[in-house]
Design a protein around this ligand. Structure first.
Ligand SMILES: NC(=O)C1=CN([C@@H]2O[C@H](COP(=O)(O)OP(=O)(O)OC[C@H]3O[C@@H](n4cnc5c(N)ncnc54)[C@H](OP(=O)(O)O)[C@@H]3O)[C@@H](O)[C@H]2O)[C@@H](O)CC1
Ligand SMILES: [K+]
Length: 507
């Protein structure tokens, strides 16, 4: 598990380390610079001719120190500083003092020579507004040098990327490598900042969780190493009932694939049994392609007595993929929602029904904490919130928390970076696995199934949703590795799920 910080959180922990714990800021800066050299040597990158572009803040100070250390290793280093010297921080002033004492000089005009590496130390997490004027020219110049073959190394965050939102404030450095200090920042993972970050390396510089006294970071993500402890433990003595029974309400006349993809994902995630409620037109297809599933198929509308029997049997309900909006689906959703015994995952048309019928929305909200996970894509989220795209772009996180509060539930909001929030929980899960190959039909059905499968094994709604999202992304990475991001399908992803769970998991 790794924390992902906003700029104010980093400053708060940084300040605590300096003031309360007592590590001088110059020590942190030197460690930051040393960690950059370490990162370069880990990647076998030892440049010969380097340009350091530094600002007046501490990011600039880091840059001056990195340049000095590279020169110690034999590189020819040129330094350029931008901004008003009156604004130079004390630490950066000290770095400049050291450089001058060592006989280095600062270019008064940027020399457009050939460099094999450019160190971008113009702005770090202190960037507070759009870049303009000389700063804009410098960012463009660094990118131009990058296009000519120089390796672009950004310190902490590419200059121009907003550390909190990943937005580009004017223009940003298109880094090959970003070495960030202590913790990753949101701008490294949120688009478009993620595209500018290049390879990200996070380096310890002595700021630790002991400085979280005034509050923990608001976001976290999972890493492969976490799967050992996160995956539900298998019980050697267990039978198929032990690992959970999932009732899947999916599919319609023209939509059988949703039953297959979602249902298979439920079992591939480790659940013991799945029963599908779907129209009878899907019966033969399912029995041929998915013989592991039990079925209740109906002709016109389901008999509620049969639905009740299935609910009595189930540990978890997954509802919505491919069910459509007509022909008794509203009544079916109403019946499912009223039975509050087990946790429910609602996806796709199940969410569209909630958006279209206020009474269903209210019933869903009445299920109570720990009983509902919803997995909307941006369109479904906006329909549920009755908002437009502008609001989404402005503050997606706020929207997700508002929805989680309104429905008393866990929201796994799908997008290039899927976020998971829960009503009453301050921290948000920010997913870092996956790729654009997963933007393919049926991928969402697979996610709903994976989450349902994890809940069936006893996981709590929030952590089950976070883990489901992470595993879905990892399986997507495996599928892309084998089939490529262009041609991979949702079924390829589902097939990789057992591999990622076994390879990185405890078995
Ligand atoms: N975290 C840690 O533990 C450690 C952090 N360290 C490093 O410190 C960095 C943070 O340093 P920082 O706070 O001094 O901010 P930084 O990004 O250098 O820039 C601030 C300057 O930019 C200016 N400015 C802002 N926007 C502007 C714009 N659009 N256009 C023009 N000017 C603009 C702003 O001016 P002002 O807004 O005041 O006008 C101010 O002068 C961090 O990223 C890391 O690299 C390390 O030393 C190790 C320990
Ligand atoms: K930078």
């Amino acid at each position: 598990m790794r924390y992902i910080l906003k700029a104010y959180e980093m400053k708060m922990y940084d300040g605590d380390t300096i003031e309360r714990i007592g590590i001088p800021s110059m020590v942190l800066m030197e460690r930051a610079a040393l960690s950059v050299i370490e990162s370069l040597s880990e990647r076998n990158l030892m440049p010969q001719k380097v340009l350091v572009v530094a600002g007046m803040g501490n990011n600039g100070g880091d840059g001056l120190a990195v340049g000095r250390l590279l020169a110690e290793k034999g590189a020819e280093v040129a330094f350029y500083m931008a901004g008003n010297p009156d604004k130079m921080t004390e630490e950066t002033r000290r770095q400049l003092f050291i450089l001058k004492n060592l006989g280095f000089s600062i270019q008064s005009k940027l020399e457009l020579a050939e460099y094999d590496m450019v160190v971008d130390a113009l702005f770090g997490i202190g960037l507070s507004r759009n870049v303009e004027g000389e700063y804009l020219t410098l960012i463009r110049e660094m990118n131009r040098l990058g296009k000519k073959g120089a390796f672009l190394l950004s310190l902490d965050i590419p200059s121009g990327v907003c550390a909190d939102t990943g937005r580009i404030l004017g223009e940003a450095v298109q880094a090959n490598l970003t070495v960030t200090f202590a913790y990753a920042k949101r701008g490294h993972f949120l688009y478009p900042g993620r595209e500018y970050t290049g390879k990200l390396m996070v380096k310890d510089i002595g700021i630790t969780e002991s400085s979280f006294l005034k509050g923990r970071p608001g976001a976290f993500c999972y890493e492969k190493e976490d799967l050992h402890r996160l995956l539900p433990k298998r019980k050697p003595w267990g039978n198929k009932g032990t690992f959970g029974k999932v009732l899947l309400v999916a599919g319609s006349y023209d939509m059988c694939g949703a039953c297959v993809l979602c249902g298979k994902s439920i079992l591939r995630a480790g659940a013991g049994m799945v029963k599908i409620i779907t129209p009878s037109c899907n019966r033969i297809i399912l029995q041929e392609t998915f013989p592991e599933a039990m079925l209740y198929t109906f002709e016109d509308k389901p008999h509620m007595e049969k639905v009740k029997n299935s609910l009595d049997w189930a540990d978890v309900v997954v509802a919505g993929p491919g069910i459509g909006m007509g022909n008794g689906t509203k009544e079916l959703m109403e019946y499912l929602l009223k039975d509050k015994r087990c946790p429910m995952v609602i996806d796709a048309d199940g969410l569209n029904l909630l958006a279209a019928h206020q009474d269903l929305f209210e019933l869903a909200a009445e299920r109570g904490e720990g009983k509902l996970v919803i997995t909307p894509h941006p369109g479904e989220l906006l329909r549920l919130m009755k908002m437009d795209m502008e609001v989404y772009k402005e503050d997606r996180e706020k929207l997700i928390f508002t929805l989680a509060k309104g429905l008393h539930c866990v929201v796994a909001a799908k997008d290039a970076v899927t976020l998971v929030a829960e009503n009453g929980r301050e921290e948000i899960y920010m997913n870092t696995s996956g790729n654009d190959g997963m933007a393919t039909a049926g991928s969402g059905d697979a996610l709903a199934g994976i989450i349902g499968g994890l809940l069936a094994q006893g996981m709590d709604c929030f952590f089950g949703a976070c883990l489901g999202v992470y595993l879905h992304g990892l399986a997507g990475e495996e599928a892309a590795g084998k089939k490529g991001r262009y041609g991979m399908t949702a079924l390829d992803l589902v097939k990789e799920l057992p591999f990622v769970m076994t390879f990185y998991g405890p078995n």
